[in-house]
Write a protein that binds this ligand. Sequence first.
Ligand code: ACO
Ligand code: LMR
Length: 254
Amino acid sequence: GRVRVPTHVVSSICDDRGEEPTYNGVSMSELMQGDATVADAIGLLWFKRRLPGYATKFIEMCVVLCADHGPCVSGAHNTIVTARAGKDLISSLVSGLLTIGPRFGGAIDGAAQYFKEAVDEGWEPDEFVEKMKKRGIRVPGIGHRIKSKDNRDKRVELLQRYARTHFPSTRYLDYAVEVEGYTLQKAANLVLNVDGCIVGMFTKVEIDSIVKIGYLNGLFVLARTIGLIGHCLDQKRLGQPLYRHPWDDVLYTK
Ligand code: ACO
Ligand code: LMR
């Protein structure tokens, strides 16, 4: 029989060898016939399947709602400073993207991991929060620098409203909201944030596989890339000079 030489690379999401490229077996022509959106490409290339309409709409909402949150957040600030240092678009973008992590925008997979554990273990929300405190871990998906009980995050409200009317299950969302109910008793800024809210949209089966691989921070990265590119182009258009932080905003100490 034929002996197959082992390959150095294995790929299972796409194929570019035929007449037209395919994403997980679906050709470009098929995608265009159905007016495919960015979310359809994400479904095929990230999740390796055609996502139902309610899920693609949700992904589109996340991308639009998380594209930007002003010039003062970590990512935009880095991008602005880098662009003002005369660097190119990609350097400015990457400099902003590198701030995405456990505190800023990259808490989605962490929230999935800990909400899954809490639900699997059957912990009451207050029990969960107190256990996390004992472990010295801030609950990912909870807390915000400027949003609070009396200044709610509109993104969270809009995503929640969509999920409650279109999603088959809101088990994790319900749990996250209960967690928020408890954390808000501790401090007004310990709201369910957009990272935590995104996790709430997924079902148990999805959460199980999300936790294994960690897909979801990608959603924030993708969305925020739009805003960061915007900030870089904005600085260049405005011809902004090199940024230097003012001395009087630094506490020089020993
Ligand atoms: N869980 C439990 N307690 C918390 C949490 C949390 N997620 N966040 C803050 N606290 C508590 C802290 O324990 C702290 O008390 P302590 O000083 O006695 O330990 C108090 O609240 C103040 O904490 P700070 O870190 O000063 O609060 P800050 O407003 O700076 O934090 C932040 C905001 C970074 C978002 C924080 O809440 C956090 O780390 N959350 C978890 C990560 C997360 O979800 N990030 C995504 C934010 S949304 C986004 O970036 C799109
Ligand atoms: C964001 O989307 O960048 C944030 O929610 C973080 C912030 O501080 O506004």
